[in-house]
Structures are given as structure tokens and as C-alpha cells.
Write a protein that binds this ligand. Structure first.
Ligand SMILES: Cc1cc2nc3c(=O)[nH]c(=O)nc-3n(C[C@H](O)[C@H](O)[C@H](O)COP(=O)(O)OP(=O)(O)OC[C@H]3O[C@@H](n4cnc5c(N)ncnc54)[C@H](O)[C@@H]3O)c2cc1C
Length: 508
């Protein structure tokens, strides 16, 4: 074992686990020039495929990284969600109404998502250290000492921060005393991939059948489906189980070219903390949910996207480490919301009493028919219902799509590693001070290491009712960190102080 002072490797961030969460986090740190080591216990990527549904919010993230074309080429669109029960269609969601320029989920195997993210990391100069298992973590006042086993030999890495993206059985989490709270999902799940001969509907959708054997079909490329089900017994034939339900709706349908029938168990749990000193958790290491809504991987990706820019500011000495508390404040409530929503779906899916099933079906019909509840379902399905208005690092208010804490709907500018300051001119009268304001803001942007660019945006319709120029700050993860209508420069300074815990945006 190499001890400290004996040539142990030193990095700013050690990322444990190269699933989707760890890959995105490591790439985003790499892009910002933070020294980072990414390890994974497996000698090669996991071939057992899990996630198939990439939600629009994750597609927006991939767009901002310049990866969207690769994803769209590889995946298949899932434009609608249909729910059936007792032989009838209860309702359908048209995802084009979601409010994103990606009005669909993307069907793509997690394996492919991981390979695109690995290529992205590699192109940025990063690497996945495989067959490298984290076996222990010791936290010191100024560093984390990680013990790693690689091909039978052991070594230590000294890191300023460790992020556990090491999934369900996270060693990072166990070593840090952080606890997963929640419950196991007792009823087993099963999954297989197949084509469906005799399918009469279109191929760009996901379908939920809430029958005695509940089945979910999610579209994959090549007119194949990933079929999720709740098996009828511990020994039942999974394909027969799923076919017994699907045939009620499509009489001539049968599963063909079946691959990888597998049973699995899930849990609905959220870590009691996402940060303990120099230890952070993200992805499945921090939260687990029912696979029914396909949020697990997407939530992990968005954890990574939220954490990366904050960790980079801290590692570069621009922001105080207290910025990292906002990661838990922003992302833990999202994980709780997702786990809770999965619990509701699980409970509904497994009802057996006929009267309970009828009331469930009636409630779904109403939800899918009434326009505001249907809209709520669509934005939840597409993960566009997340906002950080209650975050300790969000400043200002406002209403509607451009309120502080909301995701910025306009694409500005793709790929920014730092914050973007957005000037929205007065929608009614020309502001005589507009040029002077822009000049003053530009000076702050030029001399700050937080604000990267300044852009103008004509968003008068989105800001109805206001007067004067509006200033927005869009964070690197695409959320509006600040909105102000007056005293713009002071507000910008206040926002800088909030994020960095330093008094002024202007470097002396
Ligand atoms: C059948 C199924 C279907 C699913 N469908 C969807 C879906 O449609 N959409 C969706 O969003 N989610 C879905 N999920 C959930 C999704 O698969 C997970 O949420 C996602 O894989 C989590 O990614 P992660 O990177 O956080 O963790 P993981 O993918 O679990 O990656 C963790 C990595 O850490 C490594 N590791 C573990 N321990 C160590 C250690 N000690 N040292 C070093 N490395 C270690 C592992 O080898 C692994 O590579 C599904 C899950 C299942 C089971």
C-alpha cells in the first residue's frame, strides 16, 4: 500500500462509478479543467441493459453539450404514452405538448447512452479506469483518502472531493455514514426485449397495461420493445405472462426474437444526505425509485449536471465549498418527488380489488381528460416540472417561464461552461439607459470568473407586464439563477456573492 507522502496519486475529484451519472459528471469536470479520476469496478461496461427512456430534460442537457445528434440518430422517438386497463384505453399523453423543443422521450438502451458519454469523456481527454474498485474512504480535514483495488493490487488516491456514483450498493455511501431511507419494493419486476408480430398501433410510443399482469412496453430502435412486467408467480414464463395481457388489446400480437428475460427487485429510497463534508453522492447511489416511470437514470444525469459546475467553481477556488450545500438543497427534493411518484404508480399498478381498480381507472381517465391535470402529467413525464425556486442560491422572483429558479426555455448559448447573463430589453419603450447598462454588465462579465457571456434576448411576451430592462442569469445547468428588474448591477453582485461567498463579482 502506498502511503501519503509516498507518491500517492492526488486529484481534485475522485468519481467512483462509471455508469451514466459518473460518466457525465467526470466529463463535465474534465471540460472545466478540473483534475478528476473516474474509476469503475467492472472490467468493461455492463451489458445487462436497463434504462430505455431518455426524457426531454435530459435531451436538452445533451443538446447543450453538443451530443444531441448522436442520441437522436441512435434512438427512437417515443411521442406518446397510452394507458389501458380492463380492455379499454383510459387515456393518452401527447408529449409534443410538453414545452420542450424535444416533444418526445427517446428510446435508447442505457448501454448506448453510456457509450456516447464515454466517447464524450474521451474526446475531452478523460478516461475510465476500469477494474478499479473503491474499497474504502477515509475523510481527513483537507482531503479524502480513497483505497482502490485494481487487478489484485491496492493503492490510494488523495482527493479533495469524492463523488459516489457507484450505484445501489455504493461503497462511497456506506463509508460516509450516509443512510438510504425508504423501503424495498416487494413485488418483483421482470424485463425482456422483443419485437411484436401483429402489432397494429404505431411504433413511436410507450404503453402501460394495468391488468392482472401489469405490462409496460417502451419503444426501442428497430421496431423492438423493452417489455417490463410484474410476473404472475416466481416461476412463471415471463413472455407468456406479458403476452396474456397484451393479447387482450391486440388479439393477433405475439412476442418474437425475445432477448434477456430477467427478474429483478427494486427499492424506493433516498439518501438522508447528498453531502457529508468532502463526500457527495449522485445517481442511484443517492436515490432509487420504481422503474415504472423511467426516471432513475435521468435523475442521475441531472444530478451530475447540477453538481459539476458547482464542484468546478469550488475546485478552482472561485467559490466557497458551501456552494455544494445547494446541490443537496436542489436535488434531494427532486429525488424525493420521483420516489414518491413511483410509489403511487406502484400502488396503483398492483391493486387487486375490482372496485379499487375501477376507481383507479376512473381517476386516470379524469386526469388524462382534464386539460390542466393532463398538462401536469406531461410535464412530470418529461421531467420539465423541476424548478429550483426554493434554492438558497436562487435570487429574485418573477412569474411564468422566466421566473428565477425555472429552467431557461430558450437555448442560450449551448455548451456554456459558466453563467450567462441575459439582458432583456424593455418590451414597450426604448430604455434610455440600456446601452449604459449593457456596458456596465459587460465590465462585470469580463472581470468575473463566474459570468462567462452576456447575450440579449427579446423575450417580451414571456415577461408580460414588466417595465424597464430585465436581467437574468442563466446557470450552466440551464436554470435561471437570478432575475431582476431594477438595481441590476447590485443584483448581479449579490448573485455572485451568493454563489461564491465572495463579496464582489469584480476581481480586484
Ligand atoms: C430494468 C430496469 C429498467 C430501467 N429503466 C429505466 C428507464 O427507462 N429510464 C431511467 O431513467 N432509468 C431506468 N432505470 C434505472 C437506471 O438503470 C439507473 O437509475 C441508472 O443505471 C443509474 O445510473 P448510475 O450511473 O447512477 O448508476 P449505475 O448505472 O448503477 O452505475 C454505477 C457504476 O458504479 C460501479 N461501481 C459500483 N461499486 C463500485 C465500487 N466500489 N468501485 C468502483 N465502481 C463501482 C458499477 O460497476 C457501475 O458501473 C432502470 C433500471 C432497471 C433495473
Amino acid at each position: 500500500m502506498i502511503g501519503r507522502g509516498d507518491g500517492a496519486e492526488r486529484v481534485s475529484v475522485l468519481v467512483a462509478g462509471a455508469g451514466p451519472t459518473g460518466l457525465l459528471l467526470a466529463a463535465e469536470l474534465q471540460r472545466r479543467g478540473v483534475s478528476c479520476k473516474l474509476i469503475d469496478a467492472l472490467p468493461e461496461p455492463l451489458r445487462w441493459d436497463r434504462a430505455t427512456v431518455i426524457h426531454p430534460r435530459s435531451l436538452e442537457v445533451f443538446e447543450s453539450l453538443g451530443l444531441i445528434d448522436r442520441f437522436l440518430e441512435a434512438g427512437t422517438k417515443q411521442c406518446a404514452v397510452k394507458i389501458y386497463s380492463a380492455g379499454e384505453l383510459l387515456g393518452a399523453l401527447d408529449l409534443s405538448e410538453c414545452g420542450s423543443s424535444y416533444g418526445f422521450n427517446l428510446g435508447l438502451s442505457e448501454e448506448v447512452t453510456e457509450s456516447i458519454l464515454t466517447d464524450y469523456l474521451t474526446a475531452l481527454g478523460g478516461v475510465v479506469h476500469r477494474a478499479s474498485r473503491l474499497t474504502g474512504v477515509r475523510v481527513q480535514s483537507d482531503a479524502v483518502v480513497a483505497e482502490i483495488e485494481e487487478n489484485g493490487s491496492r493503492y490510494r488516491v488523495h482527493a479533495e472531493w469524492i463523488v459516489g456514483c457507484d450505484g445501489l450498493h455504493s461503497r462511497t455511501r456506506e463509508s460516509s455514514g450516509i443512510v438510504l431511507e425508504g423501503h424495498d419494493i416487494d413485488a418483483p419486476w421482470a424485463v425482456f426485449d422483443a419485437a411484436i408480430a401483429g402489432w397494429t398501433d404505431h411504433f413511436e410510443l410507450n404503453v402501460g397495461y394495468l391488468d392482472a399482469v401489469p405490462v409496460i412496453l417502451t419503444a426501442l430502435p428497430g421496431r423492438r420493445w423493452r417489455v417490463y412486467l410484474r410476473p404472475s408467480s416466481p416461476e412463471s414464463d415471463l413472455v407468456d405472462d406479458a403476452a396474456s395481457t397484451v393479447r387482450r388489446y391486440a388479439g393477433g400480437a405475439s412476442f418474437v426474437d425475445v432477448a434477456n428475460p430477467t427478474r429483478f427487485h427494486c427499492a424506493s429510497k433516498v439518501a438522508n444526505r447528498f453531502r457529508s463534508g468532502r463526500v457527495l453522492l449522485a445517481g442511484d447511489a443517492a436515490h432509487l425509485c420504481s422503474p415504472a416511470q423511467g426516471h432513475g437514470m435521468n435523475t442521475g444525469l441531472q444530478d451530475a449536471f447540477n453538481l459539476a459546475w458547482k464542484l468546478a467553481l469550488v475546485c478552482k477556488g472561485i467559490a466557497d465549498s458551501s456552494l455544494l450545500d445547494s446541490y443537496e438543497a436542489e436535488r434531494r427534493p427532486v429525488a424525493e418527488m420521483v420516489a414518491h411518484s413511483g410509489d403511487i404508480v406502484e400502488a396503483g399498478e398492483l391493486l387487486t380489488d375490482p372496485a379499487d381498480r375501477r376507481s383507479r381507472d376512473a381517476a386516470i381517465r379524469t386526469t388524462f381528460t382534464e386539460s390542466s391535470s393532463r398538462h401536469n402529467e406531461i410535464v412530470a413525464e418529461t421531467e420539465l416540472n423541476v424548478d429550483y425556486a426554493a434554492s438558497p442560491i436562487v435570487l429574485g422572483g418573477g412569474a411564468g417561464v422566466l421566473a428565477a429558479g425555472q429552467r431557461m426555455p430558450n437555448k442560450i448559448p449551448a455548451g456554456a461552461a459558466g453563467h450567462t447573463v441575459v439582458l432583456v430589453p424593455d418590451p414597450v419603450a426604448a430604455d434610455p439607459d440600456a446601452a449604459r447598462l449593457r456596458e456596465a454588465v459587460q465590465k462585470i462579465v469580463d472581470r468575473s470568473r463566474v459570468f462567462e457571456t452576456i447575450v440579449s434576448l427579446d423575450a417580451s411576451r414571456a415577461l408580460d407586464g414588466r417595465a424597464g430592462s430585465t436581467l437574468l442569469v442563466v446557470r450552466p445547468d440551464g436554470y435561471i439563477g437570478m432575475r431582476c428588474e431594477e438595481h441590476h448591477l447590485a443584483a448581479l453582485e449579490r448573485y455572485h456573492a451568493l454563489v461564491t461567498s465572495q463579496p464582489s463579482a469584480v476581481e480586484k
